[in-house]
Design a protein. Structure first.
Length: 231
């Protein structure tokens, strides 16, 4: 997968792209990430990319011209790429959305900034994504969240192919409790079923714990429970 990111602050991505899973995914050529500075495409001699909104109002709005020109250039590199705008006006990012996006061959992520983005940019966007009902300074952090959520789902990226299938939200539920060595820590042990060696009992226990955890912490997710009959 090729991922191009349009941003006003390219240095913000240096950390997330040079560490951990995303770094390894690039090294193994599972993904190719290119960061593009929107300011490089402005026609303003002072590299200005924002202006006051027509009709008045607080703050500044990101101009369409530098974004459109940057996008046109990137589209020549990845003509089939899906264009995603990171914005609080978008649809919520959840695991199902991340899985769907991970099936794309190429992505172009646009990180907005300031008080908003010129509405005409939306005419060339395929999808708008939000990471939550709150306001951030810009779209850089949401772009990083989407990047991480998608990259780890690509085949061969995680060390164990089944890891992504067993994680929180993979089946619409919160993940079951996990334990590791030592078996006893300051008098606190682990549930006996996990050391019983009975894989059917462990599977049933984990499903039950996932349901209970979801009911307690995220009851809104209960509607997504699947195949509980017979468990």
């Amino acid at each position: 997968m090729t991922i191009d990111i349009l941003t006003l602050f390219p240095k913000m991505f240096s950390g997330v792209t040079s560490e951990s899973i995303i770094k390894r995914a690039q090294k193994s050529k599972k993904i190719k990430i290119r960061i593009h500075d929107i300011r490089d495409h402005t026609t303003d001699k002072h590299r200005k990319v924002d202006d006051k909104p027509f009709g008045g109002g607080p703050g500044m709005v990101l101009c369409c011209q530098p974004i459109m020109d940057a996008l046109a250039k990137v589209k020549k590199l990845s003509p089939q790429a899906k264009v995603i705008l990171l914005t609080p006006k978008g649809v919520p990012l959840d695991q199902a959305a991340a899985q769907s996006i991970s099936k794309e061959k190429a992505l172009i992520l646009i990180a907005g900034h300031y008080e908003g983005i010129d509405e005409r940019v939306r005419q060339v966007v395929d999808e708008e994504i939000s990471i939550g009902d709150y306001i951030l300074t810009g779209g850089e952090l949401p772009a990083m969240v989407l990047l991480d959520a998608v990259v780890r789902l690509l085949p061969g990226v995680l060390g164990h192919e089944e890891s992504a299938l067993w994680e929180t939200f993979a089946d619409g539920l919160l993940e079951y409790p996990q334990y590791t060595r030592p078996g006893d820590y300051n008098g606190e042990g682990v549930p006996e079923v996990l050391v019983s060696g009975n894989h059917n009992s462990i599977r049933r226990w984990r499903k039950l714990q996932s349901v209970l955890k979801t009911i307690r912490s995220r009851p809104d997710l209960i509607k997504n429970i699947k195949q509980l009959e017979g468990e």
